[in-house]
Ligand binder design. Structure first.
Ligand code: CU
Length: 137
C-alpha cells in the first residue's frame, strides 16, 4: 500500500464512522404507553365491553378504590390506555389494561381519587367509538 493509498483508506474509514454515528441517533421506539405504577386492582365497580368496534357503555361511574373490568369481544386485540394520547399520563391505572387480546378480560388498577378519566384505543386513538370516560366518585 502506498502512502497515498493508506491516507485514502484512513479518510474513508473516518467518513464511515461519522456516517455510522449519525445513523445511531434518533428515537427508534414507538409511542410510550405511559407509566405503569405498582398499584393493584380493587373490586370491580363496572364492566366495559369492546365489541362490534365500540366500547359499551362508553361512560361508567364507580367509587373511589374500585377498578373497571374491560372485556374484549371485538374479534381482535384492542389497546386500552389513558388519555391523553400518546403519553397516557392522566389516569395510569387504565394503562394496566393495555393490549387486550380478543376474548381476554382485564381489570384496571384501583382508582385512588375522585375525578374523571378518559380512555382510548391506543392503536386507533381518534376513533370515538372506542373512547370513553370513567367517573370516579
Ligand atoms: Cu394512546
Amino acid at each position: 500500500m502506498t502512502r497515498a493509498n493508506r491516507l485514502l483508506a484512513v479518510q474513508l474509514l473516518a467518513a464511515g464512522m461519522v456516517a455510522g454515528l449519525a445513523a445511531c441517533g434518533g428515537d427508534s421506539g414507538g409511542p410510550p404507553t405511559g407509566p405503569a405504577p405498582g398499584g393493584s386492582p380493587g373490586p370491580s365497580g363496572a364492566t366495559i365491553t369492546i365489541a362490534n368496534g365500540r366500547v359499551t357503555p362508553s361512560s361508567v361511574t364507580i367509587a373511589v378504590g374500585q377498578s373497571v373490568t374491560f372485556v374484549n369481544n371485538d374479534g381482535q386485540a384492542r389497546n386500552v390506555t389513558s388519555d391523553p394520547h400518546p403519553v397516557h399520563t392522566d389516569c395510569p391505572q387504565i394503562n394496566a389494561v393495555g393490549n387486550l387480546a380478543n376474548g381476554a378480560t382485564r381489570l384496571t388498577q384501583a382508582f385512588p381519587a375522585s375525578r374523571s378519566c378518559g380512555f382510548h384505543d391506543h392503536d386507533d386513538p381518534d376513533n370515538a367509538n372506542r373512547r370513553g370516560t370513567i367517573v370516579i366518585q
